[in-house]
Design a protein around this ligand. Sequence first.
Ligand SMILES: [Zn+2]
Length: 330
Amino acid sequence: MKSWFLRLRHGLLVLPLVSIGLIGLAGSPWAQPRPIQFDLFRSRIQDAVRTFGNHPRFKDIPPERREEIAEFVSGNMLFVLLHELAHTAVTELDLPVLGRREDAADSFAALTLIHIKSTFSDRVLTEAAKGWFMADRRDRKEGEPVVYYDEHGLNQQRAFQIVCYMVGADPIRFKDLAAETKLPKDRQESCAEDYRDAAKSWGMVLKPHLRAPDQPETKIDVVYGEASGRFEITAQMSRSIKLLEPVAARSAELVKWPAPFSLEMQTCGFVNARWVPATRTLTLCYELAADFVDLYREYGIKQAESRPRKSKRYGRAEARSAAQSQPPRP
Ligand SMILES: [Zn+2]
């Protein structure tokens, strides 16, 4: 069984007080998103597609689809990065976690992106939800057993919960997404509470750890490891897009971390992402990015082309959680 970003855990870019829950943070850095900085991802993705579009790995992908796939993969990798950063925050800052830690990590990633409020961050969230729906379709097709006892939610649950936070935060802005995913009206209404609870809780636990202007920033290293074979292009594109740098910079700016740590992309030998407290290393595996490419080719492009409007690009799904078959999580 393949697992992937199942265990994503994410982090925090911004917690603006778009909402109720974060009123107590007014005036804090969390209230000031940097959408412009974040939106540079989009132009870097476009540049990377132009630069690497003729690579053999893309040769059977129609040119008009190449940017889509790059955005899908980058968006899902960013969500995973933020999910893992949430795990980092919980262990490094010794934060309380009420409920399942994997659910908390997803909520952190979702809220961080929701609060950035940019076209690109909304797209990242949508791609992440789509990713889980596609993964669900893949698992079903491949006969993967449903692991009810897993520490992560089921794929569809994770997908719907992302949509739920989005709709709960702003039912107007995300109305079309709710309709497309067929999130029932009554659930859309209760999602407002899910969102408020998550926003208030993250705001409260992070507030004591926000960096004051006169405090030095903690060093957060960014490392792109070597890759070969089919992962080489993944590594090149990740470097070119600078997937890790903005998250490292923003995290160092906002939070007073107790010790330096590093964000890395590496060849792992398996499909996953993880935060390892012992080495203070958050690693996204190149294999995970490659798996997102495969997922999108099989369940994004092919499906869209073979069943143009039949349905729901968001049918069901969750990404296959990385955790299931992977090494024990930290
Ligand atoms: Zn996780």
